[in-house]
Design a binder for this molecule. Structure first.
Ligand code: GUN
Length: 295
C-alpha cells in the first residue's frame, strides 16, 4: 500500500499552528490578521469556497470581511472596491473570488490588487517574485502541494517531476517551484500540456507526477512508474446513485489502480483540496506580519 498523503489532516495541523500564532499575537497586543474576500454574483461553487474561507478565518482567530456584489456590478465599481480595501490599513489580505462575470476583466481587477495584500499570489508582482525565488505570496494550490511534499518528507532533489497542465494558478507555478534550488525542489521538471506528444511515455518516466489538467480519471496505472509519488489536483463531481447527494468526487487520477503502483498518493477528496485554505491562511498571517515585502 502506498502512503496516503492526507491533506485533510495536514490542513487541520496547519490551522492549529496558525491558531496558536494568533493567540500569541493577541497576547502581545499585536495586529490580528484580517482577510477581505470579494464575491461577485451568485455562483454556487464560489459561494461555497468563499464561505469556507471566511469560516476558516474564524476557526483560527482571524478577522474577516466578506464583500458581496451583484452580478451586474460594473468593472469600475469593482475596481473601486478593490482600491478602497487596498487603502484600508485594517485589512491585511484581499482576495477577489474567481470566476468573475464576463463583462469584467480578470486581468484589470487582479492588477488592481496591492501586491502587499495579494494573499492569492495572483498579481504579476507576486508571480514575478516567486519566479525569481524572492519572498512572495505563492498561490494556494501550489503552496499547498509544496507543504504536503515537505510534511511527508518526500525526496525531490534530482528527481524527474512531470507536471500535467500549464494553468497560471497550478501547473505553471508548480513547474517553477519544483525546479527551484531549495527543498522541495531541485527536480528536473517536464511541464506537459494539451499539445505534448507522447504524454503517457513522459508521465511514465516521472518520479513525481503532479496532475492538474482538469480531466476526470485521465491518469491510469499504465502511465505511472512503480514507486512514483502522485499528486492529484483534479476535482470533479460524477453521478453516483448510491450516495445520498447523488454524486461523488473524483480526481484527474484513477486512484484505485494508480495507488497499486505509487509509493505515495493524494486522495480526492481529502488531498490537495483542503490544503488550499490552509495556504490562504498562511499567506494572510504573513501579510499581517508584513513579512514578504519587508525583504
Ligand atoms: N477560484 C478558484 N480558485 C480560486 C482561488 O484560489 N482564489 C480565488 N480568488 N478564486 C478562485
Amino acid at each position: 500500500m502506498p502512503t496516503i498523503i492526507d491533506g485533510r489532516k495536514t490542513s487541520e495541523q496547519i490551522k492549529s499552528e496558525i491558531a496558536a500564532q494568533v493567540s500569541e499575537i493577541k497576547a502581545k497586543g499585536g495586529k490580528i490578521p484580517h482577510l477581505a474576500a470579494v464575491l461577485v454574483g451568485n455562483d454556487g461553487a464560489s459561494q461555497t469556497y468563499v464561505g469556507a474561507k471566511v469560516k476558516a478565518c474564524e476557526q483560527v482567530g482571524f478577522e474577516s470581511t466578506l464583500v458581496r456584489l451583484e452580478e451586474t456590478v460594473t468593472e469600475g465599481e469593482l475596481l473601486k472596491v478593490v482600491q478602497d480595501i487596498n487603502q484600508n490599513p485594517a485589512i491585511d489580505g484581499l482576495i477577489v473570488q474567481l470566476p468573475l462575470p464576463n463583462h469584467i476583466s480578470v486581468e484589470k481587477v487582479t492588477n488592481k490588487i496591492k501586491p502587499e495584500k495579494d494573499v492569492d499570489g495572483f498579481t504579476p508582482a507576486n508571480v514575478g517574485r516567486m519566479t525569481l525565488g524572492w519572498p512572495a505570496y505563492v498561490a494556494a494550490t501550489p503552496y499547498g502541494i509544496v507543504e504536503l511534499l515537505k510534511r511527508y518528507a518526500i525526496e525531490t532533489a534530482g528527481k524527474h517531476c512531470v507536471v500535467i497542465g500549464r494553468s497560471h494558478i497550478v501547473g505553471s507555478p508548480m513547474s517553477i517551484l519544483m525546479a527551484r534550488n531549495e527543498y522541495p525542489g531541485n527536480c528536473t521538471v517536464t511541464l506537459t500540456h494539451s499539445r505534448t506528444k507522447n504524454l503517457p511515455e513522459i508521465a511514465q518516466s516521472a518520479d513525481i507526477l503532479i496532475v492538474a489538467l482538469g480531466k476526470p480519471g485521465f491518469v491510469t496505472a499504465d502511465m505511472v512508474k512503480e514507486g512514483a509519488v502522485v499528486i492529484d489536483v483534479g476535482i470533479h463531481r460524477v453521478e453516483d446513485v448510491s450516495k445520498k447527494s447523488g454524486f461523488r468526487l473524483i480526481g484527474d487520477v484513477k486512484f484505485e489502480e494508480v495507488a497499486t503502483k505509487a509509493s505515495a498518493i493524494t486522495p480526492v477528496p481529502g488531498g490537495v483540496g483542503p490544503m488550499t485554505i490552509a495556504s490562504l491562511l498562511h499567506n494572510t498571517l504573513l501579510a499581517a506580519e508584513g513579512k514578504i515585502y519587508s525583504k
